[in-house]
Design a protein around this ligand. Structure first.
Ligand SMILES: C[S@@+](CC[C@H](N)C(=O)[O-])C[C@H]1O[C@@H](n2cnc3c(N)ncnc32)[C@H](O)[C@@H]1O
Length: 261
C-alpha cells in the first residue's frame, strides 16, 4: 500500500504525527548541525551545493521568487543564496520548528540586507498550509524535510498550488542504496547512526526512541523512487525525474508545474 506520510512512533493521526515531528526537531535543534556533519562526514554539504547548482538558471534571475521549505538550520538556504545575484529578491526560508528556524535565521538573515548581499527571510510555517498566494513562486526546494511531512500527497498538492505555471520543484531526500553497499549502509544506518545520535543528543531530549532511530525508520517508510515519481505525476507535475547522489544514499527529485493544465 502506498505510504501517505510520516508516522513517528506512538502517533495515530496526521495532527499528532506533525506535532511529534515538530517537537523532535525543536528538541534536537541546538545539536542538529553537529549531528548532521558528524553522521554524514560532511557529504551533506556536497548534496546541498549540487541541488542548488541544478537550479542555477532560476537562481540567477534577480526577480525569481524562491522558497526553501523545511529549511531547518538553513544550510540548503545558504547553498541557494550563494547562487543569487546581488540585490535579488530575498529567498523565503520556512520551517514549522521555531528552534530550527531561529538557528537558521542567524545564518541567512537580515544582516546582509544593508550590503545588498543576497539574504533570506525566515518564515514560521507548515509545509502543508503555506501562508503564500497561489501561483506566486518560481522555485521550491526542500532538503531532507519532505520525508517528515504527515501527508506526502497533500504536500505535493500544496507546493503545486503556490508554484507559478512553469515553476520548478526540487526535493532532496535520503534513499536506500541496493546491492552490497546497501547492506553495509543498512548496518550503519540502523545500528551505528542511532547510537551516535543518542550519544550526542542524549536519549531524553527527543523522546524514548531518539531522533536517530526515527531517521532510519522514516527513510525505510518513504516511498521508493518509482512510487514517488507516480505520486508527483498524479498530483499535477510534469518532467518528473529522480537523480541519485553518492551511490544512491540520497538523491534529488525534480518536477515542473505545467504551463497549461
Ligand atoms: C531533517 S531537517 C532538514 C533541515 C534542512 N533542510 C537541512 O537540509 O539540514 C527537517 C526539517 O523539516 C521541518 N519540517 C518537517 N515537517 C514540516 C512541516 N510540515 N512544515 C514545515 N517544516 C517541517 C523540521 O522542523 C526540520 O527542521
Amino acid at each position: 500500500m502506498p505510504a501517505t506520510g510520516a508516522k513517528p512512533l506512538g502517533t495515530a493521526d496526521e495532527a499528532s504525527a506533525a506535532q511529534a515531528v515538530r517537537q523532535m526537531f525543536d528538541s534536537i535543534a541546538p545539536r542538529y548541525d553537529l549531528l548532521n556533519h558528524v553522521l554524514s562526514a560532511n557529504v551533506d554539504r556536497l548534496w546541498w551545493r549540487r541541488t542548488a547548482r541544478r537550479f542555477q538558471p532560476i537562481l540567477a534571475i534577480p526577480q525569481a521568487s524562491v522558497l526553501d521549505i523545511c529549511c531547518g538550520t538553513g544550510d540548503m538556504t545558504m547553498a541557494l543564496l550563494k547562487l543569487r545575484p546581488r540585490d535579488s529578491q530575498p529567498i523565503l526560508a520556512a520551517d514549522f520548528s521555531r528552534g530550527m528556524l531561529t538557528r537558521g535565521a542567524l545564518k541567512f538573515g537580515a544582516e546582509s540586507r544593508a550590503s545588498g548581499s543576497p539574504y533570506a527571510i525566515p518564515l514560521e510555517a507548515d509545509a502543508l498550509h503555506l501562508p503564500l498566494k497561489s501561483a506566486s513562486l518560481d522555485l521550491i526546494v526542500t532538503a531532507f524535510g519532505f520525508r517528515n511531512l504527515a501527508n506526502y500527497e497533500a504536500g505535493l498538492r500544496e507546493f503545486n498550488r503556490v508554484l507559478k505555471p512553469g515553476g520548478q520543484l526540487g526535493i532532496l531526500e535520503f534513499s536506500e542504496p541496493g546491492g552490497l553497499l546497501g547492506k553495509a549502509y543498512a548496518v550503519y544506518f540502523l545500528r551505528v547512526l542511532p547510537a551516535i545520535g543518542r550519544l550526542i543528543c542524549g536519549p531524553v531530549s527527543a523522546g524514548k526512541a531518539g531522533p536517530y532511530s526515527y531517521l532510519p525508520t522514516s527513510v525505510g517508510n518513504f516511498p521508493p523512487p518509482a512510487e514517488m515519481l507516480r505520486l508527483m505525476q498524479s498530483t499535477g507535475y510534469e518532467q518528473c525525474s529522480w537523480q541519485t547522489y553518492t551511490f544512491g544514499i540520497a538523491g534529488l527529485y525534480t518536477a515542473t508545474r505545467p504551463l497549461v493544465v
